[in-house]
Design a protein around this ligand. Structure first.
Ligand code: ADP
Length: 573
Protein backbone atom coordinates (compact mmCIF):
# COMPACT_ATOMS: atom_id res chain seq x y z
CA UNK A 1 0.00 0.00 0.00
CA UNK A 2 2.80 2.37 0.85
CA UNK A 3 5.58 3.18 -1.62
CA UNK A 4 8.36 3.18 0.92
CA UNK A 5 9.21 2.63 4.51
CA UNK A 6 9.45 6.38 5.02
CA UNK A 7 5.93 6.85 3.77
CA UNK A 8 4.76 4.13 6.12
CA UNK A 9 6.59 5.70 9.04
CA UNK A 10 5.15 9.08 8.18
CA UNK A 11 1.64 7.61 8.10
CA UNK A 12 2.19 5.86 11.46
CA UNK A 13 3.39 9.12 12.94
CA UNK A 14 0.40 10.89 11.52
CA UNK A 15 -1.90 8.25 12.93
CA UNK A 16 -0.26 8.48 16.33
CA UNK A 17 -0.78 12.21 16.30
CA UNK A 18 -4.39 11.75 15.35
CA UNK A 19 -4.79 9.17 18.09
CA UNK A 20 -3.29 11.54 20.64
CA UNK A 21 -5.59 14.30 19.48
CA UNK A 22 -8.56 11.96 19.66
CA UNK A 23 -7.64 10.88 23.16
CA UNK A 24 -7.50 14.47 24.31
CA UNK A 25 -10.79 15.14 22.60
CA UNK A 26 -12.46 12.17 24.23
CA UNK A 27 -11.15 13.35 27.59
CA UNK A 28 -12.76 16.76 26.97
CA UNK A 29 -16.05 15.08 26.11
CA UNK A 30 -15.92 12.97 29.23
CA UNK A 31 -15.27 16.03 31.32
CA UNK A 32 -18.23 17.80 29.71
CA UNK A 33 -20.36 14.77 30.45
CA UNK A 34 -19.33 14.71 34.10
CA UNK A 35 -20.01 18.42 34.44
CA UNK A 36 -23.43 18.00 32.92
CA UNK A 37 -24.29 15.15 35.26
CA UNK A 38 -23.20 17.28 38.18
CA UNK A 39 -25.36 20.16 37.01
CA UNK A 40 -28.38 17.95 36.48
CA UNK A 41 -28.00 16.63 40.01
CA UNK A 42 -27.78 20.14 41.42
CA UNK A 43 -30.94 21.05 39.53
CA UNK A 44 -33.01 18.69 41.64
CA UNK A 45 -32.10 20.72 44.70
CA UNK A 46 -34.41 23.64 45.38
CA UNK A 47 -31.66 26.23 45.21
CA UNK A 48 -30.22 24.80 41.97
CA UNK A 49 -29.55 27.49 39.41
CA UNK A 50 -30.38 26.13 35.96
CA UNK A 51 -27.37 26.28 33.65
CA UNK A 52 -28.22 27.92 30.38
CA UNK A 53 -29.11 25.40 27.70
CA UNK A 54 -26.63 27.19 25.41
CA UNK A 55 -23.74 25.64 27.34
CA UNK A 56 -24.83 22.12 26.39
CA UNK A 57 -25.50 23.25 22.83
CA UNK A 58 -21.95 24.61 22.74
CA UNK A 59 -20.48 21.27 23.89
CA UNK A 60 -22.38 19.43 21.19
CA UNK A 61 -21.51 22.06 18.58
CA UNK A 62 -17.81 21.62 19.37
CA UNK A 63 -18.33 17.87 19.14
CA UNK A 64 -19.79 17.83 15.62
CA UNK A 65 -17.22 20.33 14.33
CA UNK A 66 -14.26 18.46 15.83
CA UNK A 67 -15.54 15.09 14.61
CA UNK A 68 -15.89 16.44 11.06
CA UNK A 69 -12.41 17.98 11.24
CA UNK A 70 -10.68 14.86 12.53
CA UNK A 71 -12.33 12.64 9.95
CA UNK A 72 -11.80 15.17 7.13
CA UNK A 73 -15.57 15.19 6.51
CA UNK A 74 -17.65 18.05 5.12
CA UNK A 75 -20.65 17.33 7.30
CA UNK A 76 -21.45 15.76 10.65
CA UNK A 77 -24.96 15.29 12.02
CA UNK A 78 -26.70 13.06 14.51
CA UNK A 79 -30.22 11.71 14.23
CA UNK A 80 -32.31 10.74 17.26
CA UNK A 81 -35.10 8.19 17.35
CA UNK A 82 -38.50 9.72 18.03
CA UNK A 83 -40.69 7.02 19.60
CA UNK A 84 -43.94 8.78 18.78
CA UNK A 85 -43.39 9.15 15.05
CA UNK A 86 -41.12 6.11 14.64
CA UNK A 87 -38.64 8.30 12.76
CA UNK A 88 -34.96 9.10 13.01
CA UNK A 89 -34.81 12.87 13.13
CA UNK A 90 -31.74 15.08 12.54
CA UNK A 91 -31.15 17.17 15.65
CA UNK A 92 -29.28 20.41 16.17
CA UNK A 93 -26.41 21.21 16.40
CA UNK A 94 -24.96 19.82 13.17
CA UNK A 95 -21.85 20.73 11.20
CA UNK A 96 -22.00 21.66 7.50
CA UNK A 97 -25.83 21.60 7.32
CA UNK A 98 -28.17 24.58 7.09
CA UNK A 99 -31.08 24.88 9.52
CA UNK A 100 -33.50 24.00 6.70
CA UNK A 101 -31.50 20.89 5.85
CA UNK A 102 -31.51 19.77 9.49
CA UNK A 103 -35.27 20.28 9.66
CA UNK A 104 -35.87 18.29 6.46
CA UNK A 105 -33.43 15.47 7.26
CA UNK A 106 -35.51 12.64 8.71
CA UNK A 107 -36.25 9.08 7.78
CA UNK A 108 -38.41 6.21 9.01
CA UNK A 109 -36.47 3.82 11.25
CA UNK A 110 -37.10 1.14 8.61
CA UNK A 111 -35.60 3.15 5.73
CA UNK A 112 -32.17 3.89 4.31
CA UNK A 113 -28.72 3.51 5.79
CA UNK A 114 -29.73 5.38 8.98
CA UNK A 115 -32.58 2.92 9.55
CA UNK A 116 -30.35 -0.11 8.96
CA UNK A 117 -27.62 1.11 11.32
CA UNK A 118 -30.24 1.98 13.95
CA UNK A 119 -31.88 -1.45 13.72
CA UNK A 120 -28.76 -3.62 13.49
CA UNK A 121 -26.49 -1.54 15.71
CA UNK A 122 -23.70 -2.11 13.08
CA UNK A 123 -21.82 0.73 11.36
CA UNK A 124 -21.93 1.21 7.57
CA UNK A 125 -19.50 2.86 5.15
CA UNK A 126 -20.92 4.27 1.94
CA UNK A 127 -18.48 4.84 -0.89
CA UNK A 128 -20.91 5.86 -3.61
CA UNK A 129 -24.12 7.18 -2.11
CA UNK A 130 -25.95 7.72 -5.38
CA UNK A 131 -25.50 4.18 -6.64
CA UNK A 132 -25.62 2.34 -3.32
CA UNK A 133 -28.95 0.56 -3.12
CA UNK A 134 -29.09 0.88 0.68
CA UNK A 135 -29.29 4.69 0.64
CA UNK A 136 -32.50 6.69 0.74
CA UNK A 137 -32.21 8.83 -2.38
CA UNK A 138 -34.29 11.82 -1.20
CA UNK A 139 -31.83 12.46 1.59
CA UNK A 140 -28.79 11.78 -0.61
CA UNK A 141 -30.08 14.52 -2.89
CA UNK A 142 -31.08 16.80 -0.01
CA UNK A 143 -27.60 16.81 1.53
CA UNK A 144 -25.60 16.20 -1.69
CA UNK A 145 -24.09 13.09 -0.13
CA UNK A 146 -21.24 11.44 -2.02
CA UNK A 147 -19.95 9.12 0.65
CA UNK A 148 -20.13 8.73 4.40
CA UNK A 149 -19.93 6.70 7.58
CA UNK A 150 -22.87 6.02 9.85
CA UNK A 151 -22.51 4.57 13.34
CA UNK A 152 -25.16 3.85 16.02
CA UNK A 153 -25.53 5.96 19.15
CA UNK A 154 -25.71 3.29 21.83
CA UNK A 155 -26.38 4.05 25.45
CA UNK A 156 -25.02 1.39 27.79
CA UNK A 157 -25.67 0.79 31.45
CA UNK A 158 -22.97 -1.18 33.27
CA UNK A 159 -22.82 -2.91 36.62
CA UNK A 160 -20.07 -2.39 39.18
CA UNK A 161 -17.71 -4.80 37.40
CA UNK A 162 -18.15 -2.95 34.16
CA UNK A 163 -20.41 -5.54 32.52
CA UNK A 164 -23.06 -4.13 30.20
CA UNK A 165 -26.46 -4.78 31.76
CA UNK A 166 -28.61 -2.67 29.48
CA UNK A 167 -28.01 -1.29 26.02
CA UNK A 168 -30.34 1.03 24.07
CA UNK A 169 -29.81 2.56 20.64
CA UNK A 170 -31.00 6.15 20.77
CA UNK A 171 -30.08 7.19 17.21
CA UNK A 172 -27.25 7.34 14.68
CA UNK A 173 -24.28 9.56 13.92
CA UNK A 174 -23.32 10.48 10.35
CA UNK A 175 -20.26 11.99 8.73
CA UNK A 176 -20.59 12.78 5.03
CA UNK A 177 -18.27 13.58 2.13
CA UNK A 178 -14.54 13.04 2.54
CA UNK A 179 -12.65 16.18 1.73
CA UNK A 180 -9.86 16.12 -0.87
CA UNK A 181 -11.50 13.21 -2.74
CA UNK A 182 -10.33 10.59 -0.19
CA UNK A 183 -12.46 7.68 0.95
CA UNK A 184 -13.60 6.70 4.44
CA UNK A 185 -11.80 3.72 5.96
CA UNK A 186 -12.47 1.08 8.62
CA UNK A 187 -10.23 3.11 10.87
CA UNK A 188 -12.55 6.10 10.47
CA UNK A 189 -15.42 3.83 11.49
CA UNK A 190 -13.64 2.76 14.67
CA UNK A 191 -12.78 6.35 15.52
CA UNK A 192 -16.33 7.49 14.92
CA UNK A 193 -17.65 4.64 17.06
CA UNK A 194 -15.50 5.79 19.95
CA UNK A 195 -16.72 9.37 19.57
CA UNK A 196 -20.30 8.18 19.26
CA UNK A 197 -20.01 6.36 22.57
CA UNK A 198 -19.03 9.51 24.42
CA UNK A 199 -21.37 11.72 22.45
CA UNK A 200 -24.30 9.45 23.39
CA UNK A 201 -23.81 10.24 27.04
CA UNK A 202 -23.72 13.98 26.36
CA UNK A 203 -26.79 13.80 24.10
CA UNK A 204 -28.70 11.74 26.66
CA UNK A 205 -27.76 14.14 29.39
CA UNK A 206 -28.80 17.07 27.23
CA UNK A 207 -32.16 15.36 26.70
CA UNK A 208 -32.59 14.69 30.41
CA UNK A 209 -31.54 18.25 31.08
CA UNK A 210 -34.09 19.67 28.65
CA UNK A 211 -36.83 17.55 30.25
CA UNK A 212 -35.70 18.68 33.68
CA UNK A 213 -35.77 22.33 32.73
CA UNK A 214 -39.22 21.91 31.13
CA UNK A 215 -40.50 20.10 34.22
CA UNK A 216 -39.03 22.70 36.52
CA UNK A 217 -40.64 25.46 34.47
CA UNK A 218 -44.00 23.65 34.52
CA UNK A 219 -43.74 23.26 38.26
CA UNK A 220 -42.86 26.92 38.70
CA UNK A 221 -45.90 27.95 36.63
CA UNK A 222 -48.14 25.72 38.74
CA UNK A 223 -46.69 27.04 42.00
CA UNK A 224 -46.98 30.60 40.74
CA UNK A 225 -50.62 30.27 39.84
CA UNK A 226 -52.00 28.28 42.80
CA UNK A 227 -54.48 30.24 44.88
CA UNK A 228 -52.78 29.40 48.17
CA UNK A 229 -49.69 31.35 49.20
CA UNK A 230 -46.49 29.32 48.95
CA UNK A 231 -43.18 30.27 50.53
CA UNK A 232 -40.02 28.20 50.52
CA UNK A 233 -36.81 29.06 52.35
CA UNK A 234 -33.58 27.05 52.41
CA UNK A 235 -31.95 26.04 55.68
CA UNK A 236 -30.04 29.34 55.84
CA UNK A 237 -33.34 31.22 55.68
CA UNK A 238 -33.00 32.43 52.10
CA UNK A 239 -36.16 32.56 49.99
CA UNK A 240 -36.08 30.02 47.15
CA UNK A 241 -39.77 30.21 46.14
CA UNK A 242 -42.50 32.76 46.78
CA UNK A 243 -45.54 32.62 44.54
CA UNK A 244 -47.81 35.49 43.47
CA UNK A 245 -50.34 34.90 46.28
CA UNK A 246 -47.61 34.89 48.92
CA UNK A 247 -46.00 38.01 47.43
CA UNK A 248 -49.29 39.88 47.60
CA UNK A 249 -49.95 38.63 51.15
CA UNK A 250 -46.66 40.09 52.35
CA UNK A 251 -46.74 43.22 50.17
CA UNK A 252 -43.83 42.08 48.02
CA UNK A 253 -45.48 42.38 44.60
CA UNK A 254 -43.05 43.23 41.85
CA UNK A 255 -40.05 42.85 44.19
CA UNK A 256 -37.11 40.59 43.51
CA UNK A 257 -37.43 38.32 46.54
CA UNK A 258 -35.52 35.19 45.53
CA UNK A 259 -32.25 34.76 47.38
CA UNK A 260 -33.18 37.35 50.04
CA UNK A 261 -33.39 36.41 53.72
CA UNK A 262 -37.03 35.84 54.70
CA UNK A 263 -36.94 38.55 57.38
CA UNK A 264 -35.86 41.12 54.78
CA UNK A 265 -39.10 40.50 52.88
CA UNK A 266 -41.62 39.49 55.55
CA UNK A 267 -42.52 41.86 58.38
CA UNK A 268 -45.22 39.75 59.99
CA UNK A 269 -43.84 38.65 63.42
CA UNK A 270 -46.02 35.53 63.63
CA UNK A 271 -44.82 34.23 60.27
CA UNK A 272 -41.22 34.96 61.21
CA UNK A 273 -41.68 33.07 64.49
CA UNK A 274 -43.08 30.06 62.65
CA UNK A 275 -40.16 30.01 60.21
CA UNK A 276 -37.56 30.40 62.97
CA UNK A 277 -39.11 27.52 64.89
CA UNK A 278 -39.23 25.26 61.82
CA UNK A 279 -35.64 26.06 60.84
CA UNK A 280 -34.10 25.74 64.26
CA UNK A 281 -36.06 22.78 65.59
CA UNK A 282 -36.67 20.98 62.29
CA UNK A 283 -40.35 20.78 63.16
CA UNK A 284 -43.51 21.06 61.11
CA UNK A 285 -46.16 23.50 62.28
CA UNK A 286 -49.88 23.95 61.64
CA UNK A 287 -51.28 27.24 62.84
CA UNK A 288 -53.68 30.07 62.12
CA UNK A 289 -52.69 33.68 61.61
CA UNK A 290 -54.56 36.84 60.73
CA UNK A 291 -53.10 39.51 58.47
CA UNK A 292 -54.32 42.98 57.60
CA UNK A 293 -54.53 43.24 53.81
CA UNK A 294 -55.89 46.29 52.00
CA UNK A 295 -57.68 47.53 55.10
CA UNK A 296 -59.37 44.19 55.77
CA UNK A 297 -58.48 41.38 58.08
CA UNK A 298 -57.80 37.99 56.46
CA UNK A 299 -57.41 34.71 58.30
CA UNK A 300 -54.86 32.17 57.02
CA UNK A 301 -54.26 28.59 57.93
CA UNK A 302 -50.49 28.01 57.82
CA UNK A 303 -49.04 24.57 57.28
CA UNK A 304 -45.30 24.06 57.08
CA UNK A 305 -43.33 21.04 55.94
CA UNK A 306 -39.63 20.23 55.97
CA UNK A 307 -38.06 19.86 52.54
CA UNK A 308 -35.64 16.94 52.53
CA UNK A 309 -32.66 16.25 50.32
CA UNK A 310 -31.62 12.94 48.78
CA UNK A 311 -30.23 11.61 52.05
CA UNK A 312 -33.30 12.75 53.95
CA UNK A 313 -31.36 15.67 55.43
CA UNK A 314 -33.49 18.83 55.90
CA UNK A 315 -32.63 21.40 53.22
CA UNK A 316 -35.38 23.92 53.85
CA UNK A 317 -38.93 24.66 54.86
CA UNK A 318 -42.02 25.16 52.74
CA UNK A 319 -45.03 27.04 54.13
CA UNK A 320 -48.49 27.02 52.58
CA UNK A 321 -50.98 29.78 53.46
CA UNK A 322 -54.65 29.01 52.90
CA UNK A 323 -57.11 31.87 53.06
CA UNK A 324 -59.91 30.63 55.33
CA UNK A 325 -61.52 34.01 55.99
CA UNK A 326 -64.74 33.09 54.18
CA UNK A 327 -65.01 29.73 55.97
CA UNK A 328 -64.56 31.43 59.33
CA UNK A 329 -67.13 34.10 58.36
CA UNK A 330 -69.73 31.50 57.47
CA UNK A 331 -69.00 29.67 60.72
CA UNK A 332 -69.42 32.91 62.64
CA UNK A 333 -72.61 33.72 60.77
CA UNK A 334 -73.96 30.23 61.38
CA UNK A 335 -73.42 30.63 65.11
CA UNK A 336 -75.11 34.03 65.05
CA UNK A 337 -77.87 32.49 62.91
CA UNK A 338 -78.62 29.75 65.43
CA UNK A 339 -79.04 32.32 68.19
CA UNK A 340 -81.20 34.65 66.07
CA UNK A 341 -83.37 31.76 64.88
CA UNK A 342 -83.91 30.63 68.48
CA UNK A 343 -84.86 34.18 69.30
CA UNK A 344 -87.18 34.49 66.29
CA UNK A 345 -88.89 31.21 67.21
CA UNK A 346 -89.27 32.13 70.83
CA UNK A 347 -90.87 35.56 70.22
CA UNK A 348 -94.07 34.31 68.55
CA UNK A 349 -94.21 31.30 70.87
CA UNK A 350 -94.05 33.56 73.96
CA UNK A 351 -96.85 35.64 72.55
CA UNK A 352 -98.99 32.59 71.62
CA UNK A 353 -98.44 31.04 75.03
CA UNK A 354 -99.23 34.35 76.77
CA UNK A 355 -102.54 34.88 75.03
CA UNK A 356 -103.65 31.27 75.41
CA UNK A 357 -102.84 31.32 79.15
CA UNK A 358 -104.77 34.57 79.52
CA UNK A 359 -107.80 33.06 77.76
CA UNK A 360 -107.56 29.86 79.83
CA UNK A 361 -107.40 31.73 83.10
CA UNK A 362 -110.40 33.86 82.22
CA UNK A 363 -112.96 31.53 83.80
CA UNK A 364 -115.25 34.37 84.80
CA UNK A 365 -115.57 35.68 81.24
CA UNK A 366 -113.86 38.96 81.99
CA UNK A 367 -112.92 39.48 78.32
CA UNK A 368 -115.77 40.21 75.92
CA UNK A 369 -116.14 38.44 72.57
CA UNK A 370 -114.39 41.25 70.63
CA UNK A 371 -111.35 41.19 72.91
CA UNK A 372 -111.23 37.40 72.76
CA UNK A 373 -111.41 37.61 68.97
CA UNK A 374 -108.54 40.09 68.98
CA UNK A 375 -106.44 37.63 71.05
CA UNK A 376 -107.29 34.75 68.69
CA UNK A 377 -106.29 36.91 65.71
CA UNK A 378 -102.93 37.64 67.30
CA UNK A 379 -102.42 33.93 68.01
CA UNK A 380 -103.38 33.15 64.41
CA UNK A 381 -100.91 35.74 63.01
CA UNK A 382 -98.11 34.52 65.26
CA UNK A 383 -98.77 30.92 64.16
CA UNK A 384 -98.49 32.12 60.54
CA UNK A 385 -95.20 33.81 61.42
CA UNK A 386 -93.89 30.56 62.92
CA UNK A 387 -95.02 28.56 59.89
CA UNK A 388 -93.31 31.05 57.54
CA UNK A 389 -90.08 30.90 59.50
CA UNK A 390 -90.05 27.12 59.55
CA UNK A 391 -90.83 26.89 55.85
CA UNK A 392 -88.01 29.41 55.15
CA UNK A 393 -85.61 27.22 57.12
CA UNK A 394 -86.72 24.15 55.19
CA UNK A 395 -86.26 25.96 51.90
CA UNK A 396 -82.75 27.05 52.85
CA UNK A 397 -81.77 23.48 53.63
CA UNK A 398 -83.37 22.39 50.33
CA UNK A 399 -81.23 24.91 48.40
CA UNK A 400 -78.15 23.95 50.39
CA UNK A 401 -78.70 20.30 49.50
CA UNK A 402 -78.63 21.35 45.84
CA UNK A 403 -82.31 20.53 45.26
CA UNK A 404 -84.13 22.93 42.96
CA UNK A 405 -87.10 24.85 44.28
CA UNK A 406 -90.16 23.32 42.69
CA UNK A 407 -92.41 25.80 40.92
CA UNK A 408 -96.14 25.40 40.70
CA UNK A 409 -96.70 27.51 37.57
CA UNK A 410 -100.04 29.17 36.96
CA UNK A 411 -101.29 32.46 35.45
CA UNK A 412 -100.71 35.21 38.01
CA UNK A 413 -102.39 38.61 38.10
CA UNK A 414 -99.59 40.78 39.52
CA UNK A 415 -101.61 43.96 40.33
CA UNK A 416 -104.05 41.89 42.42
CA UNK A 417 -101.21 40.07 44.19
CA UNK A 418 -99.35 43.32 44.98
CA UNK A 419 -102.58 44.84 46.31
CA UNK A 420 -103.13 41.82 48.58
CA UNK A 421 -99.56 41.83 49.94
CA UNK A 422 -99.66 45.57 50.65
CA UNK A 423 -103.00 45.24 52.47
CA UNK A 424 -101.57 42.56 54.79
CA UNK A 425 -98.30 44.47 55.39
CA UNK A 426 -100.17 47.76 56.03
CA UNK A 427 -101.81 46.18 59.05
CA UNK A 428 -98.39 45.83 60.78
CA UNK A 429 -97.58 49.55 60.74
CA UNK A 430 -99.11 52.93 61.26
CA UNK A 431 -95.96 54.88 60.52
CA UNK A 432 -95.72 54.17 56.80
CA UNK A 433 -97.62 55.26 53.73
CA UNK A 434 -97.84 53.01 50.69
CA UNK A 435 -97.85 54.01 47.05
CA UNK A 436 -98.41 51.57 44.20
CA UNK A 437 -97.47 52.75 40.66
CA UNK A 438 -98.05 50.08 38.06
CA UNK A 439 -98.00 50.25 34.27
CA UNK A 440 -100.46 48.07 32.45
CA UNK A 441 -98.86 44.80 33.62
CA UNK A 442 -99.56 41.64 31.61
CA UNK A 443 -100.60 38.38 33.26
CA UNK A 444 -97.47 36.30 33.95
CA UNK A 445 -96.90 32.58 34.37
CA UNK A 446 -95.34 32.00 37.78
CA UNK A 447 -95.69 30.28 41.13
CA UNK A 448 -98.14 32.58 42.93
CA UNK A 449 -97.15 31.56 46.47
CA UNK A 450 -93.48 32.15 45.71
CA UNK A 451 -94.06 35.56 44.08
CA UNK A 452 -96.18 36.37 47.16
CA UNK A 453 -93.22 35.38 49.33
CA UNK A 454 -90.85 37.61 47.30
CA UNK A 455 -93.16 40.64 47.56
CA UNK A 456 -93.98 40.02 51.21
CA UNK A 457 -90.32 39.73 52.12
CA UNK A 458 -89.25 42.89 50.30
CA UNK A 459 -92.19 44.95 51.61
CA UNK A 460 -91.71 43.60 55.14
CA UNK A 461 -87.99 44.50 55.01
CA UNK A 462 -88.91 47.97 53.72
CA UNK A 463 -91.07 48.44 56.84
CA UNK A 464 -88.57 46.79 59.24
CA UNK A 465 -85.58 48.79 58.05
CA UNK A 466 -87.33 52.18 58.07
CA UNK A 467 -88.31 52.28 61.76
CA UNK A 468 -89.01 56.03 61.60
CA UNK A 469 -91.64 55.48 58.93
CA UNK A 470 -91.81 57.11 55.50
CA UNK A 471 -93.22 56.16 52.15
CA UNK A 472 -92.93 52.73 50.62
CA UNK A 473 -93.31 52.79 46.86
CA UNK A 474 -93.98 49.74 44.71
CA UNK A 475 -93.57 50.27 40.99
CA UNK A 476 -94.11 47.84 38.12
CA UNK A 477 -93.21 48.09 34.43
CA UNK A 478 -93.17 45.65 31.55
CA UNK A 479 -90.76 45.45 28.59
CA UNK A 480 -89.30 42.85 26.21
CA UNK A 481 -91.10 39.87 27.75
CA UNK A 482 -90.10 40.80 31.31
CA UNK A 483 -91.86 42.58 34.15
CA UNK A 484 -89.78 44.68 36.54
CA UNK A 485 -90.98 45.34 40.09
CA UNK A 486 -89.30 47.69 42.59
CA UNK A 487 -89.87 48.14 46.30
CA UNK A 488 -88.39 51.43 47.58
CA UNK A 489 -88.25 52.73 51.13
CA UNK A 490 -86.95 55.87 52.85
CA UNK A 491 -85.29 53.99 55.68
CA UNK A 492 -81.80 53.47 57.08
CA UNK A 493 -80.20 52.26 53.84
CA UNK A 494 -77.39 49.74 53.48
CA UNK A 495 -73.66 50.52 53.84
CA UNK A 496 -71.82 50.21 50.48
CA UNK A 497 -69.56 47.34 51.55
CA UNK A 498 -72.61 45.25 52.50
CA UNK A 499 -74.48 45.81 49.24
CA UNK A 500 -73.02 42.82 47.36
CA UNK A 501 -73.53 40.56 50.38
CA UNK A 502 -77.13 41.14 51.51
CA UNK A 503 -78.32 38.26 49.28
CA UNK A 504 -75.93 35.81 50.95
CA UNK A 505 -77.32 33.41 53.49
CA UNK A 506 -77.17 34.52 57.13
CA UNK A 507 -75.80 37.91 56.11
CA UNK A 508 -77.09 40.75 58.27
CA UNK A 509 -75.81 44.29 58.50
CA UNK A 510 -74.75 44.51 62.10
CA UNK A 511 -74.95 48.03 63.48
CA UNK A 512 -76.80 50.05 66.11
CA UNK A 513 -79.85 50.59 63.86
CA UNK A 514 -80.28 47.03 62.61
CA UNK A 515 -79.69 45.40 65.97
CA UNK A 516 -83.07 46.66 67.15
CA UNK A 517 -84.73 44.91 64.19
CA UNK A 518 -85.37 41.17 64.38
CA UNK A 519 -84.33 38.91 61.54
CA UNK A 520 -82.43 35.78 60.55
CA UNK A 521 -80.56 36.88 57.43
CA UNK A 522 -82.15 34.25 55.21
CA UNK A 523 -85.04 36.30 53.77
CA UNK A 524 -83.13 37.89 50.88
CA UNK A 525 -81.14 34.71 50.24
CA UNK A 526 -84.42 32.90 49.63
CA UNK A 527 -85.89 35.80 47.63
CA UNK A 528 -82.89 35.72 45.30
CA UNK A 529 -83.28 31.96 44.75
CA UNK A 530 -87.03 32.30 44.20
CA UNK A 531 -86.51 35.06 41.60
CA UNK A 532 -83.78 33.08 39.85
CA UNK A 533 -85.88 29.89 39.87
CA UNK A 534 -88.34 31.84 37.69
CA UNK A 535 -85.53 32.97 35.35
CA UNK A 536 -85.41 36.52 36.75
CA UNK A 537 -82.79 38.74 38.41
CA UNK A 538 -82.67 40.82 41.57
CA UNK A 539 -80.49 43.71 42.67
CA UNK A 540 -80.43 46.55 45.19
CA UNK A 541 -79.54 50.23 45.14
CA UNK A 542 -79.22 52.03 48.43
CA UNK A 543 -77.97 55.18 50.07
CA UNK A 544 -77.10 55.16 53.74
CA UNK A 545 -79.63 57.17 55.76
CA UNK A 546 -81.83 57.82 52.71
CA UNK A 547 -83.35 54.47 51.79
CA UNK A 548 -83.08 51.37 49.64
CA UNK A 549 -84.68 50.16 46.42
CA UNK A 550 -84.86 46.43 45.72
CA UNK A 551 -85.70 45.63 42.10
CA UNK A 552 -86.44 42.25 40.53
CA UNK A 553 -87.46 41.03 37.11
CA UNK A 554 -89.65 38.08 36.16
CA UNK A 555 -90.17 36.72 32.64
CA UNK A 556 -93.78 36.85 31.46
CA UNK A 557 -93.29 33.20 30.52
CA UNK A 558 -90.56 31.24 32.35
CA UNK A 559 -87.80 29.93 30.00
CA UNK A 560 -88.65 26.21 30.27
CA UNK A 561 -92.36 26.91 29.51
CA UNK A 562 -91.36 29.02 26.52
CA UNK A 563 -89.26 26.17 25.14
CA UNK A 564 -92.16 23.77 25.49
CA UNK A 565 -94.50 26.20 23.77
CA UNK A 566 -92.13 26.59 20.82
CA UNK A 567 -91.83 22.82 20.64
CA UNK A 568 -95.63 22.49 20.63
CA UNK A 569 -95.92 25.13 17.90
CA UNK A 570 -93.23 23.38 15.86
CA UNK A 571 -95.05 20.08 16.30
CA UNK A 572 -98.32 21.60 15.07
CA UNK A 573 -96.52 23.22 12.10
P1 ADP B 1 -83.31 39.64 57.92
O1 ADP B 1 -84.05 38.47 58.42
O2 ADP B 1 -82.11 39.98 58.73
O3 ADP B 1 -84.17 40.80 57.60
P2 ADP B 1 -82.79 39.48 55.07
O4 ADP B 1 -82.11 38.42 54.31
O5 ADP B 1 -84.19 39.80 54.67
O6 ADP B 1 -82.65 39.08 56.56
O7 ADP B 1 -81.93 40.77 54.93
C1 ADP B 1 -80.53 40.69 55.10
C2 ADP B 1 -79.98 42.02 55.62
O8 ADP B 1 -80.08 43.01 54.61
C3 ADP B 1 -80.76 42.57 56.78
O9 ADP B 1 -80.28 42.04 57.99
C4 ADP B 1 -80.51 44.06 56.68
O10 ADP B 1 -79.30 44.38 57.30
C5 ADP B 1 -80.39 44.30 55.18
N1 ADP B 1 -81.65 44.80 54.57
C6 ADP B 1 -82.58 44.08 53.93
N2 ADP B 1 -83.56 44.87 53.44
C7 ADP B 1 -83.24 46.14 53.80
C8 ADP B 1 -83.83 47.43 53.59
N3 ADP B 1 -84.99 47.58 52.95
N4 ADP B 1 -83.18 48.50 54.12
C9 ADP B 1 -82.01 48.36 54.77
N5 ADP B 1 -81.40 47.18 54.99
C10 ADP B 1 -82.00 46.08 54.52
Amino acid sequence: MFDSNEALLARVEELQKELEESKQYIATLEKAKRELEQKIRSLSEPSGEPIPITEIEETLKRFVRKTAEILYAEKCVFMLFDKESGELVATKPAYGLTDEEIKAFRVRATQGVSGEVFRTGKPIIIHDALNDERTYKDNVALLHVRNGVCVPLISEKRDEEGRVIESTTIGVLHVFNQRYGNIFTEEDVRLLQRYAKNATAVILNAQIYREFVAEKEDLEHIIESVYAGLLMVNKDGRITQMNASARSMFGAQGKDVLGKMYYEVIDEPKVKDILVQCLTENTEIASEISLRLDESERIYQVQTALVKGEEQQPIGVVAIFNDITEIRNVERMKTAFVSTVSHELRTPLTSIKGFISTLLMDEEGYYDRDTQREFYTIIDTECDRLTRLISDLLNVSRIEAGRALELNLKPVNLPNLIEKVVTVQKSYTNKHTFKIELDDLPEITADEDKVDQILTNLTNNAIKYSPKGGQITITGTSKDGMVTISVADQGMGIPKDHLPKVFERFHRVDNRDTREVGGTGIGLYLVKHLVEAHGGKIWVESELGKGSTFTFTLPITPPSEEEEETKEKEAVA
